[in-house]
Every structure is written in structure tokens, then in C-alpha cells.
Design a protein around this ligand. Structure first.
Ligand SMILES: Nc1ncnc2c1ncn2[C@@H]1O[C@H](COP(=O)(O)OP(=O)(O)O)[C@@H](O)[C@H]1O
Ligand SMILES: [Mg+2]
Length: 232
């Protein structure tokens, strides 16, 4: 399924966090990178309906995503995580994932399948007792219940060590085939992006400055200069 973002512009007062962004992602896992403030989260907000673009279109498999009311997008198959993880401390692992079923029409079997997929065995542990990795896994589990079509992961590896990121990588790479969804990954962990994403888009000050095959994009001098602050 192809996600086509065309001419998307977002304005907040005098700020233009997204400026005429056009990019197309095919099946699999696509990456979005760029410095802080580049507009990555704003793009996710457009896709999930938290931000309304002043111009542009977004289609997935030919259907207009922006024409779908934001509150209907979860039922349609949109899933996302937030930079600040949203695990509820007073609820168990099971209830944290099951909560997502209310918006997505997922079955109890799908909740269990999602926990099996991320490998969280003790479903009765409360959110307060979870490590950062386990919280990220709870969120990932929530993203795959109820026939997801588009999964948006906003810095899922933030706060994880390399070994933990490696575990996340294996899971993220499995999503397209196992659950049938297109995945977009925003992260600053370049090892994760390089290993997970077939293609990557680079945003800088709200503009798309590069897009293409991941290894090629990450090696490009313009991207290295904008993103890594490296001497080109
Ligand atoms: N609700 C908002 N109101 C005003 N400015 C915003 C809002 N959300 C984001 N911005 C601004 O838009 C720009 C892009 O932010 P963001 O999309 O969060 O970047 P990133 O996720 O790439 O770090 C920043 O300059 C930020 O301050
Ligand atoms: Mg962000």
C-alpha cells in the first residue's frame, strides 16, 4: 500500500513547521529523520489528525486520509506512538494494551497476539513496574492490534540502550509482513534507522531536503551537514 503525501503545508501563526512537503512511501518501513524542530512530529500529527494542513493531500492506497475525520482514523487502521510514552502507570500491561481495543475494534485474541509478538509474558504487571523498554513494547503492542494499516512510531528508541534498540529493531521490521501495515519510523538512532528503513525522508526546517534509499541518503553530504552537523 502506497502512502502519498503531496504538497503538505502546516502553519502555526508565523511558523511553518511543514512547507510544501511531498514524499511517497511504499510498503515496508520508511524513515523520517531531521534535527529537532524539523517537522517530523508535525507530519505525524497531520497523518493522525492532530494538525490540519493549510494545503496538500495525503492518500493511502488511493484513499484520502485527510478526508477521514480524525476520530475515525483509529478504526480505519491508523496507529501511533508519541515521543513521550503514554503507558498508564496504574494499569497492568494487559489493560494498557486492551485500552487500544476500545478505539480500534480489536478482539481479546488480538490483544494477546500483540503481547506474544512483543514478548511481554507477565501481563498482570502494573505500568509503574515497567522499564523504559517494556513501556515501549507495550506501546508497540498497542499499535498492532485490530488490523493496523499505517503505524507511526515517534522516537521509539529514545532512552533505550543499543541492545534494547536492537530488540525493538527486530520487532519493527516484522510489522509489515506480520500485521500488513506500512510503518513510518522517526528516530535519532541512525543504526536503527539504517537497519529498519528501506527508504528515508529528511526534513530540515519544515522542508524535505532528501528522500531515497536509506544508505544513499545517509551518505549524502547535504544530509550529513544538515542533520549531523558534519563538515560536508
Ligand atoms: N502546536 C504548535 N504550535 C506552534 N508551533 C508548533 C506546534 N507544534 C510544533 N510547533 C513548531 O513546529 C516546528 C516543528 O516541530 P516538530 O514537528 O515537533 O519537530 P520535530 O518532531 O522534527 O522535532 C518547531 O519549530 C515547533 O516549535
Ligand atoms: Mg518530534
Amino acid at each position: 500500500m502506497t502512502l502519498e503525501i503531496a504538497g503538505v503545508t502546516v502553519r502555526f501563526g508565523g511558523v511553518t513547521p511543514l512547507d510544501d512537503v511531498s514524499v511517497t512511501f511504499e510498503d515496508g518501513v520508511g524513515g523520517i529523520i531531521g534535527p529537532n524542530g524539523a517537522g517530523k512530529t508535525t507530519l505525524f500529527n497531520v497523518l493522525s489528525g492532530f494538525a490540519l494542513p493549510v494545503a496538500g493531500t495525503v492518500t493511502l492506497g488511493g484513499m484520502s486520509l485527510l478526508a477521514l475525520a480524525p476520530h475515525r482514523r483509529a478504526g480505519w487502521g491508523l496507529r501511533r506512538t508519541f515521543q513521550q510514552e503514554q503507558v498508564i502507570r496504574s494499569l497492568t500491561v494487559w489493560d494498557n494494551v486492551r485500552l487500544g481495543a476500545d478505539h480500534t475494534g480489536a478482539s481479546i485474541d488480538e490483544v494477546q497476539a500483540a503481547l506474544d509478538y512483543v514478548g511481554l509474558v507477565d501481563r498482570d504487571r502494573p505500568g509503574t513496574h515497567l522499564t523504559m523498554l517494556e513501556r515501549r513494547l507495550v506501546e508497540l503492542a498497542r499499535c498492532v492490534i485490530g488490523e493496523p494499516r499505517l503505524v507511526l512510531l515517534d522516537e521509539p528508541a529514545a532512552g533505550l540502550d543499543p541492545e534494547e534498540s536492537g530488540r525493538l529493531l527486530g520487532l519493527i521490521r516484522d510489522i509489515p509482513e506480520r500485521f500488513g501495515a506500512l510503518v513510518l519510523l522517526v528516530d535519532h538512532d541512525m543504526d536503527l534507522v539504517r537497519a529498519a528503513c528501506g527508504t528515508v525522508a529528511v526534513l530540515d526546517f519544515g522542508k524535505l531536503i532528501a528522500f531515497g534509499e536509506t544508505a544513499e541518503v545517509l551518505a549524502s553530504p547535504a544530509v550529513r551537514q544538515a542533520y549531523l552537523g558534519a563538515q560536508a
